[in-house]
Design a protein around this ligand. Structure first.
Ligand code: ACO
Length: 322
């Protein structure tokens, strides 16, 4: 009997799934910490010191943001929408209860493939990458994975404990089958700790409710554990990692996790200073920044690790290039 374990090492000895295109979009309007001090009892200093965030971008629908990101990713990959086999949109803030964002995105792009949304909160993008990789193992050639969230629509702008943290954005990748087994996704890990589900919630018609301190504590623990597991599954160690692309919730969470993994902080890609926490788009936004700055190059070992409401956690280890 074959037992499937989590974490998983990836694909067959002759095939892998590799990232061939990457694109992002940010919310339309810049909201600085100073802007928030005009309506909230808070300060620029408090927000920077406790979270690392200086400004966030809000506005735009999930469809608008995901379409912009997807078009950029497809252009970079030199893939026509009609060549896609599947579209996966990771989002916990869809524009409507139904249809899914991915169905409308498929129509915008004029693609002819299946499409579905996936909700794993801030871990959604990495969950999407894992599902896409499995579909490529099952025979698909090209898949568009989008992480998109508009948390500003579910933020109580009078609640200083949450309003200072969140922003809107989207990030997309094209994942393609490659026969270069040295490149692409090496291993993945998916986790859920439902006993912590009440730490971070948003009811229909309501706003984000969060026990910040406890989310912080658990987030560091699950990020470290997921990272260690995904590395062990690939037979690698934290010292082998060139760039960590963590979920962008709080600079202090990233610092604590990097310290516990014994990976120098300079190896973490961060964008939260200007984006805030953009949920499932935060990892592709930070991935894009690392590529643009030249931190990620051909053959770099990239560790993506996200956590979020659920409590969900996911990691993927990628050898960059095709
Ligand atoms: N401005 C000024 N003071 C504030 C603010 C604010 N914006 N918010 C809270 N405070 C006050 C509190 O009222 C408290 O005052 P008190 O001591 O008089 O009671 C004091 O600051 C300290 O508050 P704490 O909550 O203890 O501050 P902490 O250092 O824990 O930082 C924060 C709060 C930033 C929310 C932190 O706990 C955090 O980032 N937690 C993780 C959140 C997270 O990652 N959420 C996203 C998960 S991903 C997803 O799925 C959406």
């Amino acid at each position: 009997m074959t037992i499937t374990t989590n974490p998983q090492t990836s694909l067959t000895p002759t095939t892998r799934a590799a990232i061939s295109g990457l694109g992002t979009a940010r919310g339309h309007k810049v909201v600085t910490n100073h802007d928030l001090t005009l309506t909230l009892d808070t300060s620029d200093e408090w927000i920077i010191e406790r979270s690392g965030i200086r400004e966030r971008r809000i506005g735009g629908s999930c469809l608008e943001l995901s379409t912009e990101a997807a078009r950029k990713a497809l252009t970079q990959a030199q893939v026509q929408p009609q060549e896609l086999d599947l579209i996966i949109c990771a989002t916990c803030t869809p524009d409507q209860v139904f249809p899914a964002v991915s169905n409308r995105l498929q129509n915008e792009l004029e693609a002819n493939c299946g499409a579905f949304d996936l909700n794993a909160a801030c871990s959604g993008f990495t969950y999407g990458v894992t599902v896409a990789e499995a579909q490529i193992a099952a025979g698909m050639e090209r898949i568009l994975v989008v992480g998109v969230d508009t948390l500003s629509r579910f933020t109580d702008w009078n609640d200083r404990s949450t309003a200072v943290l969140f922003g809107d954005g989207a990030g997309a990748i094209v994942l393609e089958r490659t026969h270069n087994t040295q490149k692409g996704i090496l291993s993945t890990f998916l986790g859920s700790e439902g006993r912590f589900a009440d730490l971070l919630t948003c009811d229909f018609g309501g706003y984000i409710q969060m026990e910040g301190k406890e989310v912080f504590r658990q987030a560091v623990r699950v990020m470290v554990s997921a990272s260690q597991q995904v590395l062990a599954a690939a037979g690698l160690t934290p010292q082998d990692v060139d760039v960590v692309v963590p979920h962008q919730a709080n600079m202090r969470i990233i610092e604590s996790a990097m310290k516990r993994l014994s990976i120098p902080l300079q190896k973490a890609s961060t964008v939260l200073e200007t984006t805030g926490n953009t949920s499932s788009s935060s990892i592709p936004l930070a991935l894009d920044a690392a590529v643009s700055k030249g931190l990620i190059q051909d053959n770099s070992l990239v560790l993506m690790v996200g956590f979020g409401a659920g409590m969900s956690v996911a990691a993927a280890l990628v050898r960059w290039g095709q």
